[in-house]
Design a protein around this ligand. Structure first.
Ligand SMILES: NC(=O)c1ccc[n+]([C@@H]2O[C@H](COP(=O)([O-])OP(=O)(O)OC[C@H]3O[C@@H](n4cnc5c(N)ncnc54)[C@H](OP(=O)(O)O)[C@@H]3O)[C@@H](O)[C@H]2O)c1
Length: 282
């Protein structure tokens, strides 16, 4: 028997399309109640309506731009009033302005603000609303192997982020340092990741934040992990990839619904392409 029911509530960000939309659909199919959020009201409503038309009743929609703290505050107020408690948070929303194979830096502040601070601020605001009894709360941050620490060529930066006593302040200082290096034109020389640099740093910070949060909640009924879906066919990759968003979503649903005794925290999971569905833990 599964541990969840229609009382179990999940929030998914950036869910009007791509992997986020498929995660919402998969969790609904499995019988949970899901809050679909999207930054664009019209696109979010279209996605929500399509799920309602497909017969899913336990789906809600709220317009949430994770890069905007006032939008996060409005969402959390609404959630507290209308839904109340939370079991699962999937921080999926993200941006990248590079095409596959391209490595320019464009709008790095937007990328950091969305992919790192967006997930962090939303998480911090929702932490008091996690259900504490019945089961273990679950946060899954959708990340990328581009943000793995071995992509950092600067040993000092790597040492900082690897430190077991790492703090949120140090992560924030690290992304600030990256943005300063970008504006000075010194980011290549200073050993930041070479591939999709701004996006990679945002995901590196997200991974580091996940480890800090997992440590903060160790033994307190909250599991915090990261997952890289691999090269998935969505608009972020211009439709290229080795598998569909639906396949990536099936793995995400499996991870967030693991039975309490199998849950880990502070881990980074990823799909290995051959064979497609295997998960490895870094
Ligand atoms: N596809 C891959 O190969 C791949 C690989 C590794 C990791 N990932 C990660 O997987 C996750 C999903 O990406 P995807 O491939 O499904 O890309 P996608 O199709 O481009 O979807 C990204 C979603 O995030 C939303 N979003 C962007 N900025 C937002 C904001 N400020 N507030 C709220 N939502 C926002 C987008 O909304 P709009 O429609 O309004 O733009 C869209 O719904 C991301 O975290 C991505 O980094 C993807």
């Amino acid at each position: 028997m599964s541990w969840w029911s229609e009382e179990t509530t999940a929030v998914v960000t950036g869910a009007n399309k791509g992997i986020g939309f498929e995660v919402v659909k998969k969790l609904l199919k499995l019988g949970l109640t899901v809050v679909l959020t999207a930054r664009n009201a019209e696109n979010g409503s279209i996605a929500f309506d399509s799920l309602r038309r497909a017969g899913f009743q336990n789906v809600h929609f709220f317009c949430l731009d994770v890069s905007d703290p006032s939008s996060i505050a409005a969402f959390v107020s609404w959630f507290r009033l209308k839904v109340g408690v939370l079991d699962i948070l999937v921080n999926n929303a993200a941006v990248s302005f590079n095409a596959v194979g391209e490595n320019s830096i464009r709008e790095p502040e937007t990328i950091i603000k969305t992919n790192y601070y967006g997930a962090k601020l939303l998480t911090e605001a929702l932490l008091p609303l996690f259900r504490r009894s019945v089961s273990v709360g679950r946060i899954l941050n959708i990340s990328s192997r581009l943000g793995a620490l071995n992509k950092l060529r600067n040993p000092n930066l790597r040492q900082t982020l690897e430190n077991e006593k790492l703090t949120c302040e140090q992560i924030d200082a690290t992304v600030t340092q990256f943005l300063e290096d970008v504006s000075r034109g010194t980011y290549e020389k200073n050993g930041w990741p070479e591939n999709w640099s701004d996006y990679a740093v945002s995901k590196m910070a997200l991974n580091a934040y996940s480890r800090v949060l997992a440590r903060r909640y160790d033994g307190k009924n909250l599991s915090v992990n990261c997952f890289c879906p691999g090269f998935t066919r969505t608009s972020m990759t211009g439709g290229q990839g080795t598998h569909t968003a639906e396949e990536a979503a099936a793995t995400i649903a499996m991870l967030v619904l693991l039975p309490p005794e199998k849950l880990t925290s502070g881990k980074f999971f990823m799909c290995v392409e051959e064979p497609n569905k295997i998960i490895s833990r870094l």
